[in-house]
Ligand binder design. Structure first.
Ligand SMILES: *Cc1c(COP(=O)(O)O)cnc(C)c1O
Length: 397
């Protein structure tokens, strides 16, 4: 569905993916139901033939449940609205969406350049699947200079994530998009951080935006989902064919949960961002803190790019603490409101003690002997979260 951005996205998100009026009664449910069905039935063979013909023209028609029913179509429309895209394809997780983009757009013999700040399991996808199918990958900092040093004649894709995983390194997406265009590479951006609401890679020149709906779109830590969003018709055709061939399918209930969650995306994200900023202000006063990684924080090296390219922030930050291994473990264990766990984008605050082995893969990391802790700042009261952090720092010392 063509994205219409004439109204504010806050408004669009409340009016996209709603049910059609029943032609007989003139009524429609406000909340689109989860349409659980494995197949569809047709009035007659002409109706079935018409559905096939429409599909052949590239229109969205369903002849079997795996293609996704109205609930899925509504969520696809939402992802198009968020990302400013024409077509969206759903996957059963964020990593599934990354897999779809890679499997659909790379061929045996191709080479892909991957920013070293990308979500860690992308490397597992590479070593476990892509390498077996004859696709080679190289990793480096997400800059034009670093990529150019690794580019090969057979490089077909530039795969980046901005801000990067773990340390939220901002990349210059417009410059990278220009570079990708010059060398005929498809540029894929993992936009889970922005989730379309505060950052739009397609508008900044990327060809493909991938989002883990598991995070801010779902927003309640109760579903796994991913989406691949594009504008280009040829890319859409290749993604659509592979989406079908790979058997990618999402449960109607999960699509429904994501639709329900996304209505409050704007207020959840704004509140998490506000709380995260309050947490940054607190952390900046503490002697244990060496550095804060949060692009909306003015001292972050990516702040200028963030100001230029993003329209907001979220609850993600990392902090480098001048604590030794035992002290930082005491700090994390002492937290009561920040639950120890992976993931982010839900209602709740989470903490992850980042392993040095993961950080070493990021050229952006300044290994200064500090421990790095990643926080997802949720929707609790900022005062309570700050009090929790203060008592945990006390416990660590
Ligand atoms: C969580 C995450 C993913 C993967 O999403 P899943 O739904 O957990 O598979 C991909 N990219 C980023 C940046 C993520 O944080």
């Amino acid at each position: 569905m063509a994205a219409s951005r004439s109204r504010h996205l806050d408004t669009q998100l409340q009016h996209t993916g709603t049910a059609q009026f029943d032609p007989l009664t003139g009524a429609a449910p406000v909340a689109l139901p989860a349409i659980r069905t494995s197949t569809v039935r047709f009035r007659d063979l002409d109706a079935l033939a018409a559905a096939h013909a429409a599909r052949a023209r590239g229109e969205r028609r369903v002849t079997y449940g795996r293609m996704g029913m109205d609930t899925h179509a509504a969520l696809e429309d939402v992802f198009c609205q968020l990302e400013g895209g024409q077509r969206a394809f759903l996957a059963s997780s964020g990593l599934g969406a990354i897999t779809l983009a890679m499997m659909a757009l790379l061929n045996a013999g191709d080479h892909v350049l991957i920013a070293d700040c990308a979500y860690g399991p992308v490397r597992t996808l590479d070593s476990t699947v892509l390498s077996r199918f004859g696709v080679q990958a190289s990793y480096c900092r997400g800059t034009v200079e670093a990529f150019e040093a690794q580019r090969r004649p057979e490089t077909r894709m530039l795969y980046v994530e901005s801000p990067g995983s773990l340390l939220f390194e901002m990349l210059d997406l417009p410059a990278l998009a220009e570079y990708a265009r010059q060398h005929d590479m498809v540029m894929v951006v993992d936009n889970t951080w922005g989730s379309g609401y505060i950052y739009q890679p397609l508008a900044l020149g990327a060809d493909v935006s991938v989002v883990a709906g598991t995070k801010y779109v779902g927003g309640h830590s109760d579903l796994m989902l991913g989406a691949v969003v594009v504008n280009d018709a040829d890319l859409a055709r290749r993604l659509g064919d592979n989406h079908y061939a790979l058997g990618m399918s999402v449960s109607a209930d999960d699509a429904w949960l994501a639709l329900r969650g996304v209505r409050t995306l704007p207020i959840r994200m704004r509140e998490s961002a506000r709380n995260a900023m309050a947490v940054c202000e607190f952390l900046a006063t503490r002697p244990e803190v060496q550095r804060i990684y949060h692009p909306a924080w003015p001292a972050d090296p990516g702040h200028a790019l963030w100001k230029r390219d993003c329209t907001g922030s979220n609850g993600m930050l990392a902090v480098a603490l001048k604590l030794d291994g035992a002290a930082v473990r005491r700090f994390v264990n002492a937290l009561k409101l920040f639950a120890i766990g992976y993931s982010w984008g839900g209602f709740e605050s989470l903490v992850q003690l980042v392993e040095p082995a993961s950080l070493k893969l990021h050229g952006y990391w300044a290994d200064d002997g500090c421990a790095v802790v990643r926080l997802h700042v949720g929707l609790e009261s900022a005062d309570d979260l700050i009090e929790d952090l203060a008592q945990a720092l006390q416990a660590a010392s």
